[in-house]
Structures are given as C-alpha cells and as structure tokens.
Ligand binder design. Structure first.
Ligand SMILES: [Zn+2]
Length: 159
C-alpha cells in the first residue's frame, strides 16, 4: 500500500535573519522570520511526511509556544519526523518539492538542497526532487514579502 502526503508552508522575509532553504543557507540580505530557523522547505516536507503517515501536523508536534524549538535547526526536526515515520513501519519512497521565491535564484543551490534533504530522508538524491518557481511579480512572493514551499511525499507500508 502506498500513502501520499502534502505539505505547504510560508514565512515572511525580514532583515537580520538567515535564509535557510532545505537546510542550505542562501546568500541574501533578507532571511525568513519564524520561531525556528524558519526553513520553509523543511517545514513543508515535515508536514507532507506527517500527513502521509497520519501523524497530524508540524504545529502540533513542534509548537511555536515551546522554547525548545526556538531557533531550532529544521533539518533536525525533519530527522525526528523521519524516525517517527519509520517507527510506524513505513518506508519513504520519494519526495517532490517546489520552492516559490522571487529572489535569490534557487537554481545554483538546488543540488546542495537535494543532497541535504536526501540525507535527512535517508533516500538517494534521485528520489528527492526540488523545483523552483517565482512569484511573477505578484502576490506576497512576487512583492518579495515572503517565501512559500510545497512538498509531497509517498510512503510504503512495510510488511
Ligand atoms: Zn514554517
């Protein structure tokens, strides 16, 4: 049996913050605001995994109100979710993601992001796809106010 899960996240761009996308810090004057490192792509992927496994969502698991998650490395959060998914007797089959961001361009960092996420997911790089989309100058992404990410994963029940 195969199970699919979807994830979506967005964060506001702000001065004095790092821009971390899929565990990779991108050069940028603005970064993403949030309680953790605000890694929008890692968060979308976490929600996709939790969704596919029927384990709720990121807000339940890592509440903003909990000081434990302040400035948290979202790749570590992702790894803990991967462990929970495997603990349910599920195997991750593949992941596909889209980052919706006006600037900077994702393309030069795409391979590094794929490798970082593949390592966290315990998958071969070929099974983790990362796509880039821009805001085309409209909406909160197009105005450079924030970044969004979408992810889908599929899981297979073992045994
Ligand atoms: Zn988030």
């Amino acid at each position: 049996m195969t199970r699919a899960g979807i994830g979506y996240d967005s964060h506001r761009l702000a001065a004095g913050r790092r821009l971390v996308i899929g565990g990779v810090q991108l050069p940028s004057e603005l970064g993403l605001a949030g309680h953790s490192d605000a890694d929008v792509l890692a968060h979308a992927l976490i929600d996709a995994l939790l969704g596919a496994a029927g384990l709720g969502d990121i807000g339940e698991r890592f509440p903003d109100s909990d000081e434990r998650w302040r400035d948290a490395d979202s790749i570590e959060l992702l790894q803990s979710v991967v462990a929970s998914v495997i603990g349910e007797g599920l195997q991750i089959v593949n992941a596909d993601c889209t980052v919706v961001m006006e600037a900077p361009k994702l393309a030069p960092h795409r391979q590094a992001i794929r490798e970082r996420l593949a390592s966290a997911l315990g998958l071969e790089v070929a099974l983790v796809n990362v796509k880039a989309s821009s805001g085309e100058g409209i909406g909160f992404v197009g105005r450079g106010e924030g970044v969004a990410a979408l992810a889908i994963v599929s899981l297979r029940q073992l045994g």
